[in-house]
Design a binder for this molecule. Structure first.
Ligand code: FMN
Ligand code: SF4
Ligand code: FES
Length: 625
């Protein structure tokens, strides 16, 4: 489409990319030289990875990505407009249609629904009326389940984005009235657990997250000093000895992954911190990043220098403005203090970190989708093999770890790999972060050694809200599964989970009290997977739609055939998605629904099936590394 950028749009893009060098990459004036020589093509193509930041720049400046703005970005980066359009429309935070510069996202996902979010959105929509209704958007989990119901205000221009905890109609009145509205800094991430019970979270609420000096005063940068003094082989040995397993969902041994990257003959190597955290019910990484940002930067630095990387990337979900700001500040401070850059801590080692924001796509947490997103493409997963350690980001050997996995590295180097391995259990060493939300008395992130029972985790958070009865627990996230109150004594370890057909997933422990509507929760989960499927492979693209349709038919009593026929259909769809989907999204999209039917009798399923753990689908572990 032929359309020109406005001056504002040009300025937003130029601030990121620098001014154009010639009319070939977007300059308004065509010089005599430009008439004879085309310049910058190869360089611009190398900058394709800046497509997402450039689209962010437009969205943040004018509140949408106009055809003129998009054309200018395409000219600057030599990306075909159709491709850029495909990328822009992939991400929920970008709008390719003009809209208000102020948009309020209210989460109506599972934890927030337990805090009346659904009714709240209806109410706000009604009060805004037809003309302003588009200013409020329903959102999947915003990673603020501990302060549900949650919101996110996206404001173009100076305002920026702000997280809103405990959204209420009263708090929204200025917005509804259309007057000026100031959101006070969202309250700090919650860790209700006493400080002396925490190892990974020892600095949360204790050290000032904006001060590198305070971080150091609380033991910060000791682990990096040890890693540099002893060298990569020593660090690798400690990580292998610790038997640390990844906390991002696939439970892959971290030491094995690091070793595989370090040994790759092809260079450069990259290391990525996966901070996309979009699994409904999950907010542990957010709390760590907001409250202890230097720990993430230090541990990513150790991962990078141990695996022979000079460049690291931190990919954070777009809906985390406070964590983004604090991490960016921490990176700059670390650079200023010689803890990142060409000569890390004076040891002659080079390592630097770039922070990149996602833009609202759950699938971008899948490691290869994340690489595509970083490269400026649609966040669609790649086939594996080749595995990331062989060919990852930009086709080079890449290590990738979850935020929680990485901060365990600091603890391992602090106490030694073998001492770390003696905590937790034989097969699941070390501590684990749990995200308590829903109908729980004291929501927040809690830290326990592996082997703790579900009952102990819930008790530590004060039990069920208002001392009500417990109906169910969603364990591991939307890709995890429901368990009933009769399963409170299960041990939370990888090995017990595997044997028992449940999952720890991303550490979600969401409580549903005796009054909760599990049918509603299942419908919302099914909608989530239907929305978030990238659509690349048929079993998931079609299966997630069919699953949601069948659930709606069951709820409405308008079944195709008998009620049991629908349950059989759901089981068939689940099986196909599990067996034939390319990535973990499709492979786990039916877990929660199937477990609710089998373990809890939701939708009229036979809850006696729960006695047979084999019938409860276990999460498909992704193929890793
Ligand atoms: C749909 C989907 C979403 C995912 N989201 C995340 C995420 O937000 N954060 C994360 O660390 N891992 C996520 N993963 C797992 C990653 O693919 C990868 O296994 C992980 O980052 C590896 O880190 P780890 O070894 O430290 O666990 C996701 C996987 C799938 C299939
Ligand atoms: S399983 Fe779903 S999310 Fe994964 S690649 Fe296929 S369509 Fe995309
Ligand atoms: S923030 Fe609403 S469910 Fe997580």
């Amino acid at each position: 489409m032929s359309a020109d950028p406005t001056a504002d749009e040009r300025a937003a893009v130029d601030e990121l990319l620098g001014p154009p060098e010639s009319s070939w990459d977007g300059a308004v004036e065509r010089t005599a030289f430009d008439h004879r020589v085309a310049r910058g093509g190869a360089d611009a193509r190398d900058d394709r990875h800046l497509l997402l930041p450039a689209l962010h720049a437009l969205q943040a400046r004018v509140g949408w990505i106009s055809p003129g703005g998009m054309n200018y970005v395409c000219e600057r980066l030599t990306v075909p407009p159709a491709e850029a359009y495909g990328v822009a429309t992939f991400y929920a935070m970008f709008s390719t249609v003009e809209r208000s510069p102020t948009v309020l996202h209210i989460c109506d996902d599972i934890a927030c629904r337990l805090h009346e979010a659904d009714a709240l959105v209806d109410d706000v929509e009604t009060r805004l009326g037809d003309e302003r209704r588009q200013q409020v958007l329903r959102s999947p989990c915003l990673g603020l389940c501990d302060v549900a119901p949650a919101g996110l205000l996206q404001t173009a221009g100076e305002g920026g984005d702000s997280q809103i905890p405990r959204v209420s109609l009263d708090a929204l009145l200025p917005f509804i009235d259309g007057g000026p509205w100031t959101i006070h800094d969202h309250e700090e991430g919650s860790t209700p657990q006493p400080a002396d019970e925490r190892r990974l979270l020892r600095r949360v609420g204790v050290a000032d997250p904006s001060s590198i000096d305070d971080y150091r005063a609380h033991g910060g940068y000791e682990a990096l000093r040890l890693a540099l003094e002893h060298g990569p082989d020593w660090t690798l040995r400690e990580i292998i000895d610790s038997k640390l397993m990844g906390r991002g969902g696939a439970a892959f041994p971290t030491g094995v992954k690091w070793k595989a990257v370090a040994e790759q003959p092809v260079h450069p190597h990259y290391f990525v911190c996966n901070a996309d955290e979009s699994e409904p019910g999950t907010f542990k990484d957010r709390v760590v990043m907001e409250q202890d940002p230097y720990a993430v930067i230090e541990s990513l630095t150790i991962a990078g220098i141990t695996t022979g990387c000079e460049q690291g990337y931190l990919y954070i979900r777009g809906e985390y403005p406070l964590a983004t700001e604090r991490l960016q500040h921490a990176i700059e401070e670390a650079r200023r203090h010689g803890l990142l850059g060409d000569d890390v801590m004076g040891h002659g080692v080079r390592f630097d970190i770039e922070l990149r924001r996602g833009a609202g796509a759950y699938i971008c947490g899948e490691e290869t989708a994340l690489f595509n997103s970083l490269e400026g493409k649609r966040g669609e997963p790649r086939n594996k093999p080749p595995f990331p350690v062989q060919r990852g980001l930009f086709g080079k050997p890449t290590g990738i770890n979850n935020v929680e996995t990485l901060i365990n590295v600091l603890e391992i180097l602090r106490i030694g790999g073998q001492a770390y391995a003696e905590t937790g259990t034989e097969g699941s060493t070390g501590p684990r972060l749990f995200c308590l939300s829903g109908d729980v008395e004291r929501p927040g992130v809690y830290e326990h050694d592996h082997g703790v029972t579900l009952r102990e985790v819930i008790d530590a958070a004060g039990g069920v809200r208002n001392a009500r009865g417990l109906k169910a627990i969603l364990l591991g996230g939307a890709a995890g599964g429901f368990v009933g109150p009769d399963q409170l004594d299960i041990a939370l370890t990888f090995e017990d989970a595997r044997a028992g057909g449940y999952t720890l997933g991303s550490g979600v422990v969401m409580l549903f009290d005796e009054n909760a509507d599990l049918t509603d929760a299942c419908l919302r989960i099914a909608q989530f997977f239907r929305d978030e499927s990238c659509g690349q492979c048929v079993p998931c693209r079609v299966g997630t739609v069919r699953q949601e349709e069948a659930l709606h038919r069951l709820v409405q009593g308008r079944t195709l055939g008998s009620h049991d026929d629908e349950l059989v259909l759901l089981e068939d769809v689940a099986q196909v998605m599990r067996d034939a989907s390319i990535c973990g999204l499709g492979q786990t999209a039916a877990n929660a629904v199937q477990s609710a039917i089998a373990s809890l009798g939701v939708f009229g399923g036979d809850a006696s099936d729960a006695a047979n753990a084999d019938d409860v689908p276990s999460p498909t572990e992704e193929q890793e590394s």
